[in-house]
Design a protein around this ligand. Structure first.
Ligand code: NI
Length: 319
């Protein structure tokens, strides 16, 4: 009897042990598949759907690099790598493969052949760009540009194009570039599709009514952008143009600051961002312009600097 009871007890223990190990194995499998599926779901969102912005409005390069460095850290493996190095490593490579595949799929679907290296048409020249106008200081700016025979590009708001049609006409007649900066400075990645579409279309309509030409370039207000913004721009026949050098003129509103910034930072092949809606910008720029010309800089419109097709993004790092 004793023997029988002991063997029964052993059998029971064995069954419990088997059940326990089964349970542990199932739990492990569930945990691992749970992690990887979460990452696979999350990543395409991170790499494509998520809004990438330059937070403080139009600030430039530091925020951009911060934004660009964030996706890799969000997809990096969890910190507890010591106990289970192998699964973590394989998970990482799986994650990376997923990211690459998702990114290349998106790139392909956006525009199959349009994302080659940009064709620089005037590599040594500088493109001056003025956003948010036209406004009450734009006429004075146009006078100075005319005096020195310099061409710039204006990314205008549709509502102000309607308010100052004479200035838009003059920009066109004097062969400056005119780009679309939405109808009322809406952050395009933050709006719904219908708003995005109408903000761009109304502005292009206004520019076309005045000049007879539809703009082929647009600049998203505040630099707020995502794939949907680029696709809509492309559908409406425009490339998205950002900048290389952000003067942050809107922040400092100081003509001396603008003057020195331009003298210190103007560089060949670059696009410079300013806003003709500030008197301080127009004043500082007008003082800096003859000095920059003396230094040998040549100025062209964005159109003359680089060849861009609808749906493309320039400079490439903004994509
Ligand atoms: Ni703007």
């Amino acid at each position: 009897m004793k023997k029988k009871r002991r063997s029964q007890r052993i059998a029971l223990l064995l069954v419990i042990a088997i059940l326990l190990s089964l349970f542990v194995a199932i739990a492990m499998v569930m945990t691992m598949s749970g992690c990887s599926s979460r990452e696979i779901v999350g990543l395409p969102e991170d790499s494509g759907g998520k809004t990438v912005t330059s937070p403080a409005g139009m600030t430039g390069e530091t925020e951009v690099s911060a934004i660009r460095s964030s996706p890799p850290s969000s997809s990096s493996p969890p910190t507890s790598t010591l106990n289970t190095p192998k699964p973590t490593l394989s998970k990482t490579s799986k994650t990376l493969r997923t990211t690459t595949a998702a990114t290349s799929r998106q790139t392909e679907s956006r525009s199959r052949a349009s994302y080659g290296p940009p064709v620089m048409k005037a590599p040594g020249a500088v493109a001056l760009t003025f956003d948010d106008g036209p406004g009450q200081y734009t006429g004075e700016l146009l006078d100075a540009l005319k005096e020195y025979g310099v061409k710039a590009t204006f990314f205008v708001q549709g509502r102000f194009a309607e308010q100052y049609p004479g200035l838009i006409r003059r920009m066109h007649q004097e062969r400056h570039g005119i780009g679309n900066h939405t109808y009322s400075h809406r952050f395009l990645s933050e709006t719904d599709e219908a708003t995005r579409r109408s903000q761009l279309a109304r502005t292009s309509d206004a520019i076309e009514r005045i000049t007879g030409v539809r703009p082929r370039l647009m600049r998203p207000p505040g630099g707020y952008r995502n794939g949907a913004v680029f696709r809509e721009a492309g559908r409406q026949g425009m490339a998205a143009v950002f900048w290389d050098i952000d003067t942050a003129d809107w922040k400092y509103k100081d003509s001396q600051y603008v003057y020195h910034y331009l003298l210190n930072h103007t560089a060949a092949g670059k696009i410079i961002l300013m806003h003709d809606t500030h008197k301080t910008t127009v004043d500082g720029f007008i003082r800096a312009l003859p000095v920059l010309l003396d230094h040998g800089f040549t100025f062209v419109t964005v159109d003359e600097l680089v060849e861009l097709r609808p749906g493309e993004v320039y400079p490439l790092r903004w994509r």
